[in-house]
Design a protein around this ligand. Structure first.
Ligand code: SF4
Ligand code: SF4
Length: 134
């Protein structure tokens, strides 16, 4: 049975917001899947990069519940190969920004054991806080 998708003004608003924040036109994505085939992080992701784009095209805000946007390493492997010239890393960044602006951090320093903090490279911690906290 074909699932019916209803697109509301809220969905359109969400798409517009991601387009605005990312500077990309997500509707240009033709779902070719080249990004998913190029992504070095895909084995860890719960949805593929092309699925992330599709969800944004449809304004499906549950895309922000996915691990994929946090796992995008901004490596640009997809960006250089996208036939539509889209920069998916900017889309992932825009999604993270929307979530972080709701004051929902992705990591909590208080939950990281002290021995872990001492063991981890400080530069990795700093870049993590930049990426995962608002
Ligand atoms: S490579 Fe580009 S056009 Fe193809 S699915 Fe990914 S974002 Fe869309
Ligand atoms: S920029 Fe992000 S989505 Fe694109 S290939 Fe790299 S990790 Fe994957």
């Amino acid at each position: 049975m074909i699932k019916k998708i209803v697109i509301s003004s809220e969905n359109v608003k969400f798409l517009d917001k991601i387009n605005e924040l990312s500077g990309e036109t997500v509707t240009l994505c033709d779902q070719c899947g080249v990004c998913s085939g190029s992504c070095p992080m895909i084995s860890e992701m719960d949805i593929t990069p092309s699925q992330m784009m599709r969800k944004v095209q449809l304004g499906q805000m549950d895309v922000m519940d996915s691990k994929a946007m946090w796992l995008c390493a901004s490596c640009f492997a997809c960006t250089v190969r996208c036939p539509r010239g889209l920069d998916l890393s900017k889309v992932a960044e825009a999604l993270r920004q929307v979530k972080l602006r709701q004051a929902i951090d992705h990591i909590d320093i208080k939950k990281i054991p002290e021995n872990e903090i001492n063991r981890l490279p400080q530069i990795a911690l700093i870049s993590s806080f930049r990426k995962f906290t608002g």
